[in-house]
Design a protein around this ligand. Structure first.
Ligand code: HAS
Ligand code: CU
Length: 550
C-alpha cells in the first residue's frame, strides 16, 4: 500500500470529485424533467442555470478531481512515496482548485453565470465566475507541477532507464494539459475578466471562441487518457496478462501530444471569420488524432485474445467467453469500451467537414458527448472507483457491494443507451441543442420534438431517471467504501491496485525524450493557428458588448 500521507491527498481529491458528481447528476435529472414540462422550476432557478451547473460540475470538476486522485495514487505506487515538497504542492494545488470550483459554483447557483460550460461570449457572466475558472486551472497546474517534480526526482535517480508505463502516461497527459490550458488561460485572463469586470467595453468573440476550442478539444483527451491508462495498464492485470505492447502504448500516448491540440477548429466549422483552408487543415489533423485511438482498440482486442487463449479459449471468438465477466472491475471497463465504438464513430462524423453541417448545434452533439465522456470515460472511472477507494482506505469491497456495482453499471448503460440514442435521432431530425425553446421546423414548441418512438417524453424521462438511480447507487458505494465498510483484515480481503507488468526491454528510449514531442507539437500548433489567429486580431470586426440573456 502507498504512504498514508499520499493516500490522504488522493482521497480528498476523489471525495470532492464525487461531491461534484452528486450535485451534477441531480441537475441532470432536473434537466430531463424540465424538457418534459413535468417540472415547474421555482423562480430563482432556470434551465440554463441548471444546464451550466450540470456541465461544469460533471464534465469539468468531477473528471479533474478524479483524475488527480488517480494520478497521485498511481504515481506514488509506481515511483515511490512523495517527498515533502511534492506533498505540499499537491495539497496547495488541491485547495486552489477547490477554491476556484466553489467560486464558480456559487456564481452559477446564484444565477450570475448561466453561460453554459463553454461560456461563449458575448454571454456575460459575473467576473468572479471567470476568476473561479482561472483558479481551477492554476490549481491543476500546481498539482501537475508537483507530479512532474516527483517524476524528475525519479529520473535523476534512475539515469538511462525508461520510467514505468503508468508514470510515462501520467506525464504525457500532464504535458498535453499544460499546453492546452494556455489557450483558455489567455482568453480568460486577457479577454473575459477585463470585460466582465467592465474594464473593457467589448470582446472579440471569434478570438475568444477560438482560444477556447484550442483548449476545449484537448480537454476531451485530458478526460480520455486517464481512462486509456486504465485500459492499457489495469485491464491486462485483471485478465492475468502483461501489457500487450509497451512501445505501442507509449507511442499512442505520444501521438496525443502531437495531434490533440491543433484541431480546435473542428468545433467551429460553421463559423465565419476562419477561411476554409484553415478549417480543412485542422480537419486533416483531426483525422490524425483518430489513429492513436484505433491503436488502442487494436491493443485491447489483442489483450483480450491473448488472455482468453491462455485460459483455453479456442476458435475465432472462443476467447470472448473466457473473459472475467463476473468481475465488476473488468465488466464496467469493457462496457465503457464498447460504448466508445459508436462514440468514436460519431466523432468521425462530426469531424467530417460536410457532415458537420447536419449535426452541428443539434442534440446529436449532446448524444455524442454522453457516449464519449459520459460513458467510456465516466464508466471507466466508476469501474476504477470500485477498487481505488477500498485500496486507499483499506476497507473491504464486499460481495453485496460487488452486486450493487453490477446494478450500477447496468443501469448506467441502459440509461445512457436510451438517452443518447434519442439525442442522436432528435439531432438528425434537427432538434437544436443549448436551448430550452425550439419551436421551428413546423414544431410549435420544444416539446413537439419529443414524440418519436425512441424519442418520446417517457423514454427521455425514464432514461434520465434510471441514470439518476444509478448515480445514487454509486454514491452509496463511494460513501460505504470511504467511511463505513469494515476494514480488510484477511489477506484475501485486501483490495489491491491492479497494475500490469509491462516489458520495456525493446521499447526505444527516444520515446521518452519529451523535447522531441513538445517541439513537434509546438510546430504543428503554430502551423495550424498562427495565421488564422493573427487574422482574427488584425481584421477583427467591432467587438461585442456583453449580454445577459437569462
Ligand atoms: Fe468529440 C464535439 C470529434 C472524441 C467529447 N466531443 C464534442 C463535444 C464533447 C466531445 C464534450 O469534429 C461537445 C463540445 C461542445 O459542447 O460543443 N470527438 C471527435 C473525434 C473524436 C472525438 C474525431 N469527443 C471525443 C472524446 C470525448 C469527446 C473522446 C470525450 C471524452 N467531437 C468531435 C467534433 C465535435 C465534437 C468534430 C464538434 C461537433 C460540433 O459541430 O459541435 C475521436 O477522438 C474519436 C476516436 C475514437 C475512435 C474509437 C476507438 C474505439 C475504441 C474502443 C475499442 C473497444 C473495445 C471493446 C476493444 C475511433 C478505443 C470491444 C467490445 C465489443 C463489444 C466488440
Ligand atoms: Cu473536438
Amino acid at each position: 500500500m502507498i504512504a498514508a500521507q499520499d493516500r490522504k491527498i488522493a482521497l480528498w481529491n476523489i471525495g470532492v470529485a464525487y461531491t461534484a458528481f452528486l450535485i451534477g447528476t441531480l441537475c441532470g435529472l432536473l434537466q430531463v424533467f424540465i424538457r418534459n414540462d413535468a417540472l415547474q422550476l421555482p423562480s430563482w432557478l432556470d434551465y440554463y442555470q441548471i444546464l451550466t451547473a450540470h456541465g461544469v460540475l460533471l464534465a469539468l470538476i468531477f473528471t479533474t478531481f478524479f483524475i488527480f486522485g488517480f494520478f497521485i495514487t498511481g504515481m506514488s505506487k509506481s515511483l515511490g512515496a512523495f517527498g515533502p515538497k511534492v506533498r505540499l504542492f499537491s495539497w496547495i494545488g488541491f485547495w486552489v482548485t477547490l477554491l476556484g470550483t466553489v467560486m464558480a459554483t456559487v456564481m452559477i447557483v446564484s444565477g450570475e453565470a448561466s453561460v453554459l460550460y463553454t461560456f461563449y461570449a458575448p454571454l456575460k457572466g459575473s467576473g468572479w465566475f471567470y476568476v473561479g475558472l482561472a483558479l481551477v486551472i492554476v490549481g491543476t497546474w500546481i498539482s501537475s507541477f508537483a507530479l512532474v517534480g516527483h517524476y524528475i526526482v525519479w529520473r535523476k535517480t534512475h539515469k538511462g532507464e525508461l520510467s514505468p508505463l503508468f508514470a510515462f502516461m501520467t506525464i504525457t497527459t500532464i504535458i498535453l494539459w499544460i499546453i492546452a490550458c494556455l489557450g483558455v488561460v489567455a482568453t480568460v485572463l486577457f479577454q473575459y475578466i477585463p470585460w466582465a469586470f467592465g474594464w473593457t467595453d467589448t470582446i472579440n468573440v471569434e478570438l475568444s471562441r477560438s482560444l477556447f476550442w484550442y483548449f476545449g478539444h484537448p480537454l476531451v483527451y485530458f478526460w480520455l487518457l486517464p481512462a486509456y491508462m486504465a485500459w492499457y495498464v489495469i485491464v491486462p492485470k485483471l485478465l492475468g496478462v502483461k501489457v500487450f505492447s509497451d512501445s505501442l502504448a507509449r507511442l499512442s500516448f505520444v501521438l496525443f501530444i502531437l495531434f490533440s491540440i491543433p484541431v480546435g477548429f473542428h468545433h467551429q466549422l460553421t463559423e465565419p471569420g476562419i477561411s476554409n483552408f484553415w478549417k480543412f487543415l485542422q480537419v486533416v489533423l483531426t483525422f490524425m488524432v483518430i489513429i492513436p485511438s484505433l491503436m488502442t482498440a487494436f491493443s485491447m482486442f489483442a489483450t483480450f485474445e491473448i488472455s482468453g487463449r491462455k485460459k483455453g479459449g479456442t476458435g475465432l471468438f472462443g476467447w470472448f467467453k473466457k473473459l472475467p465477466w463476473k468481475d465488476v472491475r473488468f465488466t464496467s471497463i469493457f462496457i465503457a469500451m464498447a460504448f466508445f465504438i459508436p462514440g468514436g464513430a460519431g466523432g468521425i462524423i462530426n469531424a467530417s467537414f460536410q457532415l458537420n453541417e447536419v449535426v452541428h448545434n443539434t442534440l446529436w452533439i449532446v448524444g455524442h458527448f454522453h457516449i464519449t465522456v459520459g460513458t467510456p470515460v465516466a464508466m471507466t472511472f466508476m469501474g476504477m472507483t470500485f477498487w481505488l477507494i477500498p485500496y486507499l482506505t483499506g476497507r473491504k469491497f464486499t460481495k453485496s457491494m460487488q452486486i450493487l456495482g453490477f446494478v450500477q453499471i447496468i443501469t448506467w448503460s441502459i440509461g445512457m443507451l436510451l438517452m443518447s440514442t434519442a439525442q442522436h435521432v432528435l439531432g438528425l431530425l434537427g432538434a437544436p441543442r443549448r436551448t430550452a425553446y425550439s419551436g421551428y421546423n413546423g414544431h410549435e414548441s420544444a416539446l413537439e420534438w419529443f414524440d418519436g418512438i425512441l424519442t418520446n417524453h417517457v423514454t427521455m424521462a425514464v432514461g434520465g431517471s434510471i441514470l439518476f438511480l444509478s448515480a445514487m447507487i454509486l454514491i452509496y458505494i463511494v460513501v460505504m467504501t470511504m467511511f463505513l465498510s469494515p476494514k480488510a483484515v484477511k489477506p484475501e480481503e485486501i483490495v489491491e491496485f491492479p497494475m500490469a507488468e509491462s516489458d520495456k526491454e525493446s521499447t526505444p528510449k527516444w520515446l521518452e525524450n519529451w523535447w522531441i514531442w513538445i517541439g513537434i507539437a509546438v510546430f504543428l500548433i503554430v502551423a495550424a493557428y498562427a495565421i488564422p489567429l493573427s487574422h482574427m486580431i488584425h481584421h477583427a470586426p467591432p467587438g461585442s458588448e456583453g449580454f445577459k440573456t437569462w
